[in-house]
Design a protein around this ligand. Structure first.
Ligand SMILES: [Zn+2]
Length: 171
C-alpha cells in the first residue's frame, strides 16, 4: 500500500473573486467548505426571510450568533438558505475529493475534522461522493478514528491507514 497524505484545504475552487484565505491566496476550498466559512456565509444571509429556521434557532439562544452546529441543524430542519450554503460546501469538498480519487486512486479516504462528527453533514458528503465516481474508482470513505485528537486545521485530510496507524506522524 502506498502511503500518502494530502491536505486539500488550499486547493483553489473559485477561479476569481473568491474570499481571501488564511494562506494568503483567495478562493481556496477552505474559504467555502470549512466550518468557519459555512458560519460566515450563513451570517451574511441571516434573516427571518432567507434563513427562517436558523433565525429562530439564534433567537432562542444566548449568545445569539450561530455556530456550525446551528447552521447544520437549521439545514437539517428544512432551512433553504442554510441548506444551500451547506450544499455548496459539500459539493466543493466533494469535487476536490473526487479529483484526489482520480489523481491518486487511493484505497481509502479518511476524513479528519470536527465537522465530520455531524451525522447530517457526513450523510450529505457521502451522498455527494456517490455521484460521478465510477466503479473502477470505488473507494472507502470513512471518518478518522483519530478524529478530534490531532490538530484540526484541514477541511479534509486524505490519508491511508498506515499514516494514521503511525499516530498521525508522517513516516
Ligand atoms: Zn488557502
Amino acid at each position: 500500500m502506498t502511503e500518502q497524505c494530502a491536505e486539500i484545504g488550499h486547493i483553489p475552487v473559485i477561479p476569481r473573486g473568491g474570499k481571501p484565505c488564511s494562506c494568503g491566496k483567495s478562493g481556496c476550498l477552505e474559504t467555502i467548505a470549512s466550518p468557519a466559512a459555512i458560519v460566515e456565509d450563513a451570517l451574511a444571509i441571516l434573516s427571518e426571510e432567507e434563513t427562517p429556521v436558523l433565525w429562530k434557532l439564534c433567537r432562542e439562544k444566548s449568545p445569539a450568533a450561530p455556530d456550525i452546529g446551528d447552521v447544520l441543524n437549521a439545514a437539517l430542519g428544512g432551512d433553504r438558505g442554510a441548506s444551500a450554503i451547506v450544499g455548496r460546501a459539500v459539493s466543493a469538498l466533494g469535487a476536490a475529493l473526487k479529483s484526489v480519487i482520480y489523481l491518486l486512486d487511493p484505497d481509502k479516504i479518511v476524513l479528519y475534522g470536527h465537522i465530520f462528527e455531524n451525522a447530517y453533514y457526513l450523510f450529505r458528503l457521502l451522498s455527494e461522493m456517490r455521484e460521478g465516481v465510477d466503479t473502477r474508482h470505488a473507494v472507502v470513505i470513512e471518518k478518522s478514528r483519530y478524529n478530534l485528537r490531532l490538530e484540526d486545521r484541514a477541511a479534509g485530510l486524505l490519508a491511508v491507514q498506515a499514516f494514521l496507524e503511525n499516530g498521525g506522524v508522517r513516516p
